[in-house]
Design a protein around this ligand. Structure first.
Ligand code: FAD
Length: 264
């Protein structure tokens, strides 16, 4: 075993964490798409970034006044852990969903939210992951990968980062592109690929694929490069199963395919 392998999940003296429920003040709301908002938050008391985290981790929020009894929901950070002043999460409205709609309808700059965390291991782990990080997402499932790509894009090939990153993500239409300004810009970073497929709009001339993520789309995007890849997938179970079965059928070790489900 090499001694320079760092356990990214181990607490370190310089990692800032807060115990218990935190009060977070929303500093800014960004309307990403007609049904998706990003909330940038600071520590309500200290007026600065509240805690450190690893890209891919999430917070558990507690809502005391939305229903008869407290309700909890989890949201993944979409910001880079290197972003100095704020922590962001991105919420897509779920049809008839209680909290996703409440957040998008009611939360404004100045609102206070209660959350605890960060928590989760759905992260790029330099100690165990391969050189190529291949991410497969649909809809709001893109949020952990936005954080991961934002963090590692400028350090590809350096200690603690993968050598290259590919994101294959599917949305309904060009109206649904989440955090698109940054993801689109990352396409010009050497070693970063962002491939988008649209399930309800033909926009091939603008460079989008058409259809839900399927086996041939996966095979075309991976292009035979199965040897040194770690897969991460977040989205509907069917899509994650498809990706996992495809990767395993090509000889990828099961532990090199990580998934996170947003549905309870
Ligand atoms: C670890 C984790 C991280 C998450 N990160 C994010 C994130 O970054 N951004 C984000 O938008 N959401 C995220 N979610 C989902 C989020 O926690 C809520 O489940 C989601 O916002 C719906 O809550 P709601 O109260 O609006 O819907 P509810 O009132 O709980 O549900 C309404 C209906 O929608 C269905 N439903 C619930 N969740 C989903 C879903 N995600 N997709 C499709 N149907 C669903 C339910 O089965 C139910 O029928 C995450 C979930 C987990 C477990």
């Amino acid at each position: 075993m090499t001694t320079d392998v760092v356990n990214i999940f181990a607490p370190t003296p310089d990692r800032r964490v807060k115990r218990g429920w935190m009060n977070l003040r929303v500093a800014q709301v960004i309307h990403e798409t007609p049904d998706t908002d990003t909330f940038l938050m600071v520590d309500a008391e200290e007026n600065k970034r509240a805690f450190d985290y690893i890209a891919g981790q999430y917070l558990t929020f507690r809502f005391d006044e939305v229903a008869d009894k407290p309700v909890v929901r989890s949201y993944t950070m979409s910001s880079s852990p290197c972003q100095p002043d704020t922590v962001a999460f991105t919420v897509k409205r779920v049809e008839k969903g209680l909290i996703s709609n409440w957040l998008c309808d009611n939360v404004r700059a100045g609102s206070i939210l209660r959350a605890r965390g960060p928590i989760g291991r759905f992260c790029y782990d330099p100690a165990h992951d391969k050189k190529h990080l291949f991410m497969i997402a649909a809809g709001s499932g893109v949020t952990p990968f936005v954080s991961i790509m934002r963090e590692h894009a400028n350090t590809l090939g350096k200690k603690g980062s993968p050598e290259k990153m590919t994101l294959l993500v599917s949305y309904r239409s060009t109206k649904d592109l989440i955090c698109w300004e940054d993801l689109n810009a990352l396409r010009s970073v050497p070693g970063c690929r962002v491939i988008v497929s649209l399930s309800r709009e033909h926009a091939e001339k603008e460079g989008f694929l058409y259809g839900r993520i399927n086996e041939s789309m996966l095979a075309d995007t991976i292009a035979g490069d199965y040897a040194d890849v770690t897969f991460m997938s977040c989205g509907p179970q069917e899509m994650m199963d498809l990706g996992r079965n495809h990767a395993i059928s090509k000889g990828v070790a099961p532990e090199q395919f990580k998934t996170e489900s947003f549905e309870s």
